[in-house]
Design a protein around this ligand. Structure first.
Ligand SMILES: [Zn+2]
Length: 53
């Protein structure tokens, strides 16, 4: 089980900028954006839901 980002719109945990998932616990992810691979939602990493997978 690991921490992953979850899309707030569709719940998918697949993102195009998946490298940002590695920065979840780092302060420099504040302005990083991730794009949902499923619905295309683009949002700041800090706004996404962090969940267990
Ligand atoms: Zn989505």
């Amino acid at each position: 089980m690991k921490l992953v980002l979850s899309c707030i719109r569709c719940g998918s945990t697949d993102f195009k900028n998946t490298e940002h998932a590695n920065y979840l616990l780092q302060e420099d992810c504040e302005d990083a954006k991730a794009i949902c691979d499923k619905c295309g939602l683009e949002d700041y990493v800090k706004c996404l839901v962090i969940t267990f997978k």
